[in-house]
Design a protein around this ligand. Structure first.
Ligand code: SAM
Ligand code: ZN
Length: 282
């Protein structure tokens, strides 16, 4: 694993710094972690909430859909939000296949990225997504295996977020960048394919949950139209949360009734938050 990325990692058992080589990582207390053949390190302790990990099929669908460029405007907005990042590693929490982080790193020569996710299928891809990216399996709901203040930027794109931990790993001068869908996201597909609807108050809830730890600095609306053929429509369903709830036969026949290609709206917000400065504990 890349030395510069290892320098941001902390032991998930005791919080000490991790060091190592291509074979594995260890902390001073002797906790050891293997690096998988595919290049990611497993820093998951216990069983974690692995029930929400993207499956192999979801990851394959995501690779194809993102690789076709359908969400490029989202990657562009994330890249713009990271353009002035202070020195240091960029950490993507719930990074999936590392697609967006790779795009951000392309625009920041010499910078390193760390992809965190609970899905080993996703991280097999992330570990190879960019020569300056490392990948570690962990649970976003538990203490993150990242040193305090080690992240110049923390990204969180359609993924779970645990505000106190995002705050802890972010450098005091760093920025948290969150991408979240609006209620208009995939609006043409939601009723036609009986997909999960994004709540109208999702953004308000995200802001409220982050509020004790972060203040909103800037928000951009990213809305665009995609021309999706039936394969791409099946892919966007298969890679998202509706994949857990949809009957494959019903989905296939509902997709067959749609125009091919179909104009589908993508609608997300990309928000930049400053960390609230906290007084040290007495
Ligand atoms: C909708 S996908 C988004 C992936 C990526 N950010 C992207 O936009 O392509 C959500 C990701 O969160 C991951 N995830 C779900 N639960 C998690 C958890 N408890 N800890 C860490 N990652 C988790 C999934 O494995 C999946 O890769
Ligand atoms: Zn340790």
């Amino acid at each position: 694993m890349l030395g510069d990325v290892v320098e941001t990692l902390a032991c998930p058992h005791c919080g000490a710094d991790l060091a190592g080589d291509t074979a594995g990582l260890r902390c001073a207390a002797g906790h050891t972690f293997d690096i998988a053949r595919q290049g990611y390190v497993n820093l998951l302790t216990g069983t974690g909430s692995v029930g929400t990990a993207d499956t192999a099929a979801m990851v394959a669908a995501r690779v194809d859909f993102l690789g076709a460029g359908h969400y490029d405007p989202i990657a562009d907005a994330l890249t713009a939000a990271c353009a002035d990042a202070a020195p240091g590693t960029l950490v993507d929490v719930g990074a999936g296949t590392g697609h967006h982080l790779a795009r951000v790193l392309d625009a920041l020569p010499g910078r390193y990225g760390l992809a965190l996710d609970i899905s080993k299928y996703a991280l097999r891809r992330a570990a190879r997504a960019h020569p300056r990216m490392g990948a570690a399996v962990c649970d976003a709901w538990r203490p993150l295996p990242v040193r305090t203040g080690a992240a110049a930027r923390v990204l969180n794109v359609f993924a779970p977020r645990n505000p106190p931990e995002l705050h802890r790993i972010l450098a005091p001068e760093g920025t948290l960048v969150v991408a979240a869908p609006t209620t208009g996201h995939l609006a043409e597909l939601v009723p036609a394919l009986d997909l999960l609807q994004v709540d109208a108050d999702k953004q308000t809830r995200i802001d409220a949950k982050l509020a004790p730890w972060f203040t909103l600095r800037a928000r951009q609306s990213v809305t665009f139209t995609m021309a999706l053929d039936h394969t791409a429509i099946a892919g966007v369903v298969a890679m998202g949360p509706s994949a857990w709830h949809t009957d494959p036969d019903r989905l296939r026949s509902a997709i067959a009734d749609l125009a091919d290609p179909l104009a589908v709206t993508a609608s997300v917000t990309v928000s930049a938050y400053d960390p609230v400065r906290r007084l040290p504990n007495p």
